[in-house]
Design a protein around this ligand. Structure first.
Ligand code: GRF
Length: 201
């Protein structure tokens, strides 16, 4: 049984997809033991409560500088002793110290086909704006290990999604979530939990 910590900042639909997959038995040998948000008001924390997990808010606003916040974040992470950390819409630059401590145990979902529309500045709706501005016909989502770069870690899963005539960033974001993110994130966690994808190596 692996213990999963999910880090979130916003709505938490990816978190919800993971809970649903666990409850439906699609992910076996795993449980979400904790949820951390940098935004104490994130709706994702309410979703966690609805599934019986008491989430924790660790806000940068409560600390005098980044170093102190990073230490508090690491302390909160350590409390749950996670085997796997899932960044599911976590809008925080995870410090190198945490990445090193949990090497190949942190995965992230990114809403494009890496290496397109990723890296600095590509987060949230900006990713989908970039896709529409460039006029590509296919986008998608990627699950990858988190290393010290931005969206540069080893790719674990990808799924393509078609861009359609008349798409707005919001419409495309929703389609990428429904057709790709909510599928490949639980699926990757399932593969990790059953040993098909090795972590921590
Ligand atoms: C998703 O698009 C995810 O790919 C990105 O942030 C968004 C989070 O959405 N990293 P939600 O909070 O899971 O609804």
């Amino acid at each position: 049984m692996i213990n999963i910590l999910v880090c979130v900042s916003g709505g938490g639909t990816n978190l919800e997809a993971i809970f649903k997959a666990l409850e439906a038995g699609k992910i076996k040998n795993a449980k979400i033991t904790s949820v951390i948000s940098n935004n104490p008001n994130a709706y994702a924390l309410e979703r966690a409560r609805n599934h019986g997990v008491l989430g924790a808010g660790v806000s940068p606003k409560d600390y005098s500088d980044r170093e102190e916040f990073n230490r508090a974040l690491l302390n909160e992470i350590k409390k749950s002793n996670p085997d796997l950390i899932v960044l599911a819409g976590f809008l925080v630059n995870v410090p190198a110290s945490i990445i090193r401590e949990y090497k190949n145990r942190i995965i992230n979902i990114h809403p494009s086909l890496i290496p397109s529309f990723c890296g600095k500045g590509f987060y949230g709706l900006k990713v989908h704006e970039g896709v529409l501005n460039r006029g590509v016909k296919v986008t998608g989502a990627t699950v990858h290990f988190v290393d010290e770069g931005i969206d540069t870690g080893k790719i674990l899963a990808q799924k393509a999604v078609c861009v359609q005539e008349g798409d707005t960033p919001e419409i495309l974001q929703k389609r990428v979530m429904e057709e790709a993110e909510w599928i490949i994130l639980p699926d990757t966690i399932s593969k990790i939990a059953n040993g098909e994808i090795k972590i921590g190596e």
